[in-house]
Ligand binder design. Structure first.
Ligand SMILES: Nc1ncnc2c1ncn2[C@@H]1O[C@H](COP(=O)(O)OP(=O)(O)OP(=O)(O)O)[C@@H](O)[C@H]1O
Ligand SMILES: [Mg+2]
Length: 298
């Protein structure tokens, strides 16, 4: 038995482009995701949050190349990229991209159930209805016959969460799951994720720009910058004792916030001190690690 659900060493993702040199986007990150925790991943737009998560899920674009030294799921080595389906599910910022507009909600949910094992449509529909009920969808029988565009954004995200859970995952990756929703609905979806995490004892990776969400949801945080993890630690360590310049800047960028303004938005951060030399993660505590460029830079 191990307390770590996911262990990845030296994950890289590169994109191959016609007539251009291959471009490395993720520069060898090490990831440890503990069991039964919500881990936050923060970092500015383009820092590689989504690409690294898609790498874990093996849903990268065709021109992307994934490499790693080690990939363990629940202590067992896995062969990501070789038809090896992890017990993991991912939800996205925009549920519409993951739903077929020409198919009913019922079609989507039944498909997931039937992928798990041979059951009749009736049994699959009953499972789908029970799951919709669990994620707080009213009138679940009626929803099965509706199309994605007939539902609100918040309901669509609940449907995505139901689809994810029907796949019986041990790991749920939520990539900016509430960015497209208004604030009240945002809070409802986040509290649903938190509730389900406890109920199903899931590990959750929550990708967000929003340090406020991280503070309220996550036990630990990983900070990404330019395809690297530059700092990781418990939520308290990152908030009260940030060590990397970039983490400090992110925290400084949290505004007190006027109404209507997107709180804690980090999207406008521009760093002119882009560090290029390859660095090393240095342990500060058993849980707190920071990327240092150059050996004598402490
Ligand atoms: N299909 C692709 N081909 C080439 N480069 C890509 C492709 N998709 C993404 N990238 C590049 O990979 C980098 C990381 O993108 P990614 O989508 O992971 O960022 P992100 O941290 O999720 O940003 P955001 O917060 O805006 O969602 C970006 O520089 C992006 O331009
Ligand atoms: Mg993204």
């Amino acid at each position: 038995m191990t307390n770590t659900l996911l262990t990845i060493d030296n994950l890289t993702v590169s994109f191959e482009k016609k007539d251009e040199p291959t471009q490395e986007i993720i520069h060898g990150i090490d990831l440890r995701i503990p069991k039964g925790e919500i881990v936050g991943i923060v970092g500015e737009s383009g820092s590689g949050k989504s690409i690294s998560m898609k790498g874990i899920m093996n849903i990268l674009p065709e021109n992307a190349v994934l490499t790693y030294d080690e990939f363990l799921f629940d202590g067992v080595p896995r062969q990501v990229g070789k038809q090896d389906r992890l017990p993991a599910a991912m939800i996205f910022q925009d549920p519409m991209t993951a739903l077929n507009p020409l198919r009913t909600i019922g079609y989507h949910l039944v498909e997931v159930v039937q992928r798990q094992g041979k059951v009749s449509k009736k049994v699959a529909e009953a499972a789908a209805i029970a799951e919709l009920d669990k994620v707080g969808i009213l009138l679940p029988e009626k929803r099965l016959t509706q199309y994605p565009h007939e539902l609100s954004g918040g309901m669509r995200q609940r449907i995505m969460i139901a689809m994810a859970l029907l796949a019986k995952p041990k790991l749920l990756i939520a990539d900016e799951p509430t960015t497209a929703l208004d604030v009240t609905i945002q809070a409802q979806i986040l509290s649903l994720i938190r509730h389900l995490q406890k109920e199903e004892d899931l590990s959750v990776i929550l990708v967000t720009h929003d340090f406020g969400i991280v503070a309220g949801m996550c036990q630990s945080i990983k900070v990404m910058y330019d395809g690297e993890i530059v700092e990781e630690g418990t939520t308290d360590e990152i908030f009260y004792n940030p060590q990397h310049t970039y983490t400090k800047e992110l925290l400084k960028a949290i505004p007190t916030g006027d109404k209507g303004e997107r709180l804690y938005s980090l999207g406008n951060h521009h760093s002119d001190q882009k560090e290029v030399a390859k660095g090393q993660m240095v342990n500060l505590t058993a849980t707190h690690r920071v990327l240092r460029k150059g050996a004598t830079n402490d």
